[in-house]
Every structure is written in structure tokens, then in C-alpha cells.
Design a binder for this molecule. Structure first.
Ligand code: TRP
Ligand code: SF4
Length: 417
């Protein structure tokens, strides 16, 4: 069934924009064919934002909601947070022992970013930032991933990963690591509505989670042909940002639009109206999914756990039972534990009543044998929130594979004791 293993990730920047859809669509489409690991690269955020971590939890949550809303399926794929799987840090350290400094200094993203931050008056000449691509190599290789779906900007990092893999295999006379290849999406880069690079910080983006009126505002603000002042002036679609979007999202009409624009038959209002409808159509199912994940009930949490169990049981490897070996002796006391944990939750009276109800459902499910003790622990660790539960479960699945690789790495390196 499986073609191979995929790992990819993004730094938690909060809500994503439609420029990210190309990569995300790529991820979503690969989930049936590959074993997939999708990672929130929070450690990579620290390389530049080590002094500003207050938004990390919320940015992580918003980004994961975006992933889920475009069709990343947390039952099929492991969705997790990088820093929660310590094996990334361990492999990064091992790699740092034999990665030549020049390989890192030579990396094109390194000098670029350094200069950019310097312009903003920020010094990021840290050990960690220099090691950015090395950490990325560890991210990929700790899962022995052979395929990495990313945007074009990441190609130098994938190339370095291949070099690191080759060097390790050579040094320790092993064939443990594959040399992973990048897999690019089908869309080119989407510009911001003002023609600059699309970015939240420029205020020229269209968020994946944007409500209709927000999308409308941004489409209306889109730059067209600056030389076309009056409706009767002939237009130049090749310089028009609306047209760039049409090229990406609506290429059936392209020839007609170009001709009608040049002959001034068509006005910009018509183009924008059409584009707005297309973007709305694209985002409607995304909004719907987001709402379902955001406003999840206990039934959703329960269903998620059951689906994961079923999915893992269907796979021939033995990972499914990894954390279900807990039918130990203190099971009878579990209901009390659950009740005690619920008393720790704070909130309004209504919220507490709701939690009490859920607590009873959990105990009922446990008694009926639907859940194991570890399922319940996961639920409680996730504070009964579906996104958190997904990350807890995803972390477990990732860790299983990562641990296995680290064991082999240590063997290859003669780290015996
Ligand atoms: N550097 C990537 C970015 O900025 C994020 C990332 C971290 C990543 N680790 C990765 C991407 C591993 C692919 C594979 O988007
Ligand atoms: Fe752009 Fe359409 Fe206006 Fe031509 S008519 S300039 S393609 S928005």
C-alpha cells in the first residue's frame, strides 16, 4: 500500500493564507499513498523568535486548524509538534558533530535571512540559527522519510539533508538513511493583493480562515493595471494582479479575459467579481471543516480515538498496541482518577457542569470496554479538546518511529551504553 514515508512541516506562524494552499493540497493528496508525518516546527520558530514565545501555543493551534480544515486527516497521518518529540533534538546533536561548518554557512537561506533580520535591527547570529537546516535534516531523517512535499524555497534545505544522510552513511558504514527528495506542488507562488510577496505582516494576504466579508475586502483591494484609469482604456493583463490570480485559479476563462481586457470590452469589476466567487467556492468547504474541529463535542473526541484505533489495527505493524498494554491492576480505581482530574479543571459553573457530564461519559465508555486507560489519559492530557488530542496522539505515533531510528543511529555510532 505504502509508497514510502513523508515528513513535512511548517513553522507556526498562526493563520495561514491561500498561498499555502498549494503545499497543503499536496500534503492532503499524499495521505493515502504514503505514511505521513506532518509537523509543527516550533523549534525552528525559536531560531529567530527565541525572545518572543508568548504566541507559540495559539499560533500552533491556529495553524493546525488550518491544516485540518484543508483536509489533513489526523487519523491517516500523524500530526504533531516538533518539540514534543525529543528525538529530533537528539539527532540534531549527533549530526552537529560531523556537519562541516562551511555547509551551513554556505546555505543560501542563511545569509539572506541574516541580512534581512539585520535590517530590522535584530541580531540572530546564534548557534541555533546557523543550525537551522541541520535541525530540518534531523526532522526528516529521524522518520527515515524519503519524500518531502515543500515549497520551492525549501529546496536548498532538502539538498543539505541529502548530503547529511550521505555523510552519515559513509562515516558509519551503514545504509540507514535514505536520501530524501523534494516534491513540489502544482501552483506557482501566489502574490499578495498588492503584488508584493503574500505575507500576514504586509496585510496583503487572504487567510484560509478568512470570513466572506474579509475576502471581499481583500479582493476589492487587489491591484489591477495601474495604467488603466478609465473603463474605456485598454488593459494589460500581464501586469494585473487580479489576472495573476485568474491564471492560478481560473484558467478556463483566461484567453477570453485577456482579449476582452485588451480591447476594453471588459472592466475590472467583472474580473474581481468572478475571482471573488472562485475564492469563496474554494474556501467554503474549508470553513465548514474548520468549524467542526473548532467546536468539537465529546462525541467527536470519542469518534477520533475509535478511528485511530481502527486505523492502526488495520496496519500490519505492531504499533497499534504500543500504549494499550496498561490493563494493569489499578484499573478499578480509574473512575476515581477521572473524577479527581475533573475537579482540577477550572471554569464557569456551566463549563464545570458540562465537564462533569463528559466525565460520566468517559467512565461509561471505559466500563463498557470502549476505551483503555491510556485512551482516557490521552483525553485528559488533551484537556478534552480535539485539536490537543490530535497532537497528543500524533506525538505518540511520531515518537514510536523516531525512537526506533535513534536506536539504530546509536548502534551505528557505537554509542553502546
Ligand atoms: N523550514 C521549513 C519552513 O520554513 C519548516 C520545516 C522545518 C520543514 N522542518 C522541516 C519542512 C522538515 C520540511 C521538512 O517552512
Ligand atoms: Fe486585470 Fe481584468 Fe482589469 Fe484586465 S479587466 S486589468 S485582467 S482586472
Amino acid at each position: 500500500m505504502s509508497k514510502g514515508t513523508i515528513l513535512s512541516g511548517m513553522r507556526p506562524t498562526g493563520r495561514l493564507h491561500i498561498g499555502h494552499l498549494s503545499v497543503l493540497e499536496n500534503w492532503a493528496g499524499l495521505q493515502d499513498e504514503y505514511k505521513c508525518f506532518f509537523m509543527v516546527a516550533d523549534l525552528h520558530s525559536l531560531t529567530t523568535k527565541f525572545d518572543d514565545t508568548a504566541d507559540l501555543p495559539n499560533d500552533t493551534r491556529q495553524m493546525v486548524l488550518d491544516w485540518l480544515s484543508v483536509g489533513i486527516d489526523p487519523v491517516k497521518s500523524a500530526v504533531f509538534v516538533q518539540s514534543a518529540v525529543r528525538e529530533h533534538a537528539e539527532l540534531h546533536l549527533y549530526f552537529s558533530m560531523n556537519a562541516p561548518l562551511t555547509w551551513l554557512e554556505r546555505c543560501p537561506t542563511y545569509k539572506d535571512q541574516l541580512a534581512q533580520f539585520e535590517k530590522q535591527g535584530k541580531d540572530i547570529t546564534t548557534y541555533g540559527f546557523l543550525g537551522y537546516p541541520l535541525l530540518q535534516a534531523a526532522d526528516i531523517l529521524v522518520y527515515l522519510a524519503d519524500t518531502v512535499p515543500v515549497g520551492e524555497d525549501q529546496l536548498p534545505h532538502i539538498e543539505l539533508t541529502r548530503e547529511i544522510a550521505r555523510r552519515f552513511n559513509f562515516l558509519y558504514k551503514t545504509d540507514l538513511f535514505p536520501e530524501p527528495k523534494a516534491l513540489l506542488g502544482r501552483f506557482p507562488l501566489v502574490p499578495g493583493v498588492d503584488g508584493r510577496k503574500m505575507s500576514k505582516s504586509y496585510g496583503n494576504d487572504i487567510a484560509i480562515s478568512a470570513a466572506s466579508d474579509e475576502v471581499k475586502k481583500r479582493v476589492n483591494a487587489m491591484v489591477t493595471d495601474p495604467q488603466r484609469i478609465r473603463r474605456e482604456d485598454p488593459g494589460h493583463p500581464e501586469v494585473c494582479i487580479v489576472h495573476k490570480y485568474q491564471e492560478i485559479y481560473n484558467n478556463e476563462l483566461l484567453e477570453y479575459v485577456q482579449q476582452a481586457c485588451r480591447s476594453a470590452e471588459r472592466g475590472c469589476v467583472a474580473c474581481k467579481q468572478e475571482l471573488l466567487e472562485i475564492v469563496e467556492q474554494m474556501l467554503a468547504p474549508v470553513r465548514e471543516r474548520r468549524a467542526r474541529y473548532e467546536n468539537s463535542s465529546y462525541d467527536d473526541l470519542r469518534q477520533y480515538i475509535l478511528n485511530v484505533k481502527e486505523n492502526l489495527a488495520g496496519q500490519s505493524n505492531s504499533q497499534a498496541n504500543d500504549n494499550d498494554n496498561d490493563n494493569g491492576k489499578d484499573n478499578e480505581r480509574l473512575p476515581e482518577t477521572v473524577v479527581a482530574r475533573f475537579k482540577e479543571f477550572t471554569g464557569t459553573r456551566r463549563e464545570k457542569n458540562y465537564l462533569r457530564e463528559i466525565g460520566q461519559s468517559i467512565i461509561d465508555d471505559y466500563m463498557a470496554g470502549v476505551f483503555s486507560e491510556s485512551d482516557i489519559r490521552d483525553l485528559l492530557d488533551a484537556k478534552l479538546d480535539l485539536v490537543s488530542l490530535i497532537l497528543v496522539k500524533g506525538g505518540q505515533r511520531a515518537r514510536l518511529k523516531a525512537r526506533d531510528t535513534i536506536k539504530k543511529v546509536r548502534e551505528a555510532m557505537n554509542l553502546k551504553y
